[in-house]
Design a protein around this ligand. Structure first.
Ligand SMILES: N[C@@H](CCC(=O)N[C@@H](CS)C(=O)NCC(=O)O)C(=O)O
Length: 418
């Protein structure tokens, strides 16, 4: 059977709605980008499939279906026995589920989508936000969110107390890092992160966002920027949803599926991937960047069935340390202009140096046979700092020796130490 094709646009809410369900139900799919700039969605050929000239639609082995909620329902029913259970059994439970679905499409989406259109889509295409429209829609939305709060003060979820329920409205939920000024995310339902697979519905934390260290997708994408607050936590990145980060200005060649950036503050992360290896998105691209903060990344051991990691860590003045697991198989590229490079003993004994100078090192670690077939099946970590120190080690074996600083020496002296 042919792989399901999802025709959509990465930043479109409706496309993300369908992608979210496909991921929750663990259905392999191919995301085919419809080029709005070429008006592909208004072409005769496209209108044959989606007569309203909108995204998304799916082609499931020749079966064409559009309307994102109808697609979501079709996927949830077809794959009822796999992935997250989304539609409850039982007459009354299903009726309450339908009620919640309807609440989203009548009392949330019309307002949120209008605000998103005015504030995000319109300016992107050269238009000007109509703040009177935004104000009015915000008022209506906020009034409805008060009702959400009222419902959720009596029951756990919008559909009742059962865990199965509609996943909306994650597409408009704001990631903790979002710098846009969308209204506060509507769902006030808070789940226990250790049991939840729906982190997008949890209340965002103002700083130090931390996701559960379970290899299940909890938010569709995560892009965190903190000016002065540190970022730390454990994150499993799934590369199957095309990245929407860094569109337009500051566009990156390999847009990251997750990014963690600060201006001055340190970043300390444990990273891994989740989902399955796919020909479409073989690597989970992760960007970790700080202007002057120190960066510390530990890659967690990853099963061969998981996607490879494409890590880019950069700091202008900060130091970067990377620890890789014993089963790491990949290429490391380290570059510095005025800083230094240090490869700790255990990792140094496992690596093959491809290129080395005072300012650059290119090394291969692990299964060297895959290097012959190219780097697609390997991890790739690129570390660069203009004046900071780059240190790479093997997790649990290599140790970084902390130099005792001036103030520490004074403190030790007072404490009777050296
Ligand atoms: N009710 C439809 C709405 C589809 C829709 O509005 N799609 C937007 C993107 S989120 C679109 O294609 N806009 C372009 C247009 O209408 O020309 C669904 O849920 O699929």
């Amino acid at each position: 059977m042919a792989i399901l094709k999802l025709y959509g646009v990465p930043h479109s809410t409706c496309s993300k709605r369908v992608a979210t369900i496909l991921i929750e139900k663990r259905v392999q799919f191919e995301f085919i980008v419809v080029d709005f700039s070429k008006k592909e969605h208004k072409s005769e050929a496209y209108l044959e499939k989606q007569p309203f000239g909108q995204v998304p639609y799916i082609d499931d082995d020749g079966f064409i279906l559009y309307e994102s909620r109808a697609i979501a329902r079709y996927i949830a029913t077809k794959y009822a026995d796999q992935g997250t259970k989304l539609i409850p059994a039982g007459l009354k439970e299903q009726a309450l589920f339908e009620q919640a679905v309807s609440i989203e499409s009548s009392n949330f989406d019309p307002y949120a989508s209008r605000i998103a259109y005015e504030r995000i889509i319109k300016p992107r295409y050269g238009g000007v936000t109509d703040s009177a429209v935004v104000e009015l829609q915000l008022q209506k939305l906020n009034a409805n969110l008060d009702v959400y709060d009222r419902i959720l003060s009596k029951q756990k979820y919008l559909a009742g107390d059962t865990k199965e329920g509609p996943l909306e409205p994650p597409p408009y939920s704001r990631s903790p890092s979002s710098s846009s000024s969308l209204p506060p995310p509507p769902p006030r339902r808070i789940e226990d992160p250790s049991t939840s697979s729906r982190g997008a519905l949890t209340k965002p934390q103002p700083s130090l966002p931390r996701l559960t260290p379970a290899p299940r997708a909890s938010v569709t994408q995560l892009h965190i920027y903190q000016k002065a607050d540190p970022i730390s936590g454990t994150f499993f990145v799934d590369p199957r949803i095309p990245s929407t980060a860094f569109e337009g200005k500051g566009r990156k060649k390999n847009p990251p599926h997750a990014s963690f950036r600060t201006r001055h503050a340190p970043i300390s992360l444990d990273l891994s991937t989740t989902g399955d290896v796919s020909a479409l998105a073989p690597k989970a691209n992760i960007l970790v960047a700080s202007r002057s903060g120190n960066i510390s990344v530990k890659l967690l051991p990853t099963a061969p069935s998981r996607p490879r990691i494409g890590l880019e860590a950069e700091s202008r003045r900060g130091n970067i340390q990377l620890f890789v697991p014993a089963n790491f198989s990949g290429v490391l590229q380290l570059t510095t202009r005025k800083g230094s490079i240090q490869l700790l003993p255990a990792i140094a004994s496992k690596m093959k140096v491809l290129k080395e100078s005072d300012t650059e090192a290119l090394v291969l670690i692990g299964d060297q046979a895959s290097a012959v077939t190219g780097t697609r099946d390997m991890d790739f970590c690129q570390l660069s700092s203009r004046s900071g120190k780059l240190v790479v080690g093997l997790s649990d074996v290599d140790k970084i020796e902390m130099k005792v600083g001036f103030w520490q020496k004074i403190a030790n002296a007072f404490a009777g130490g050296h």
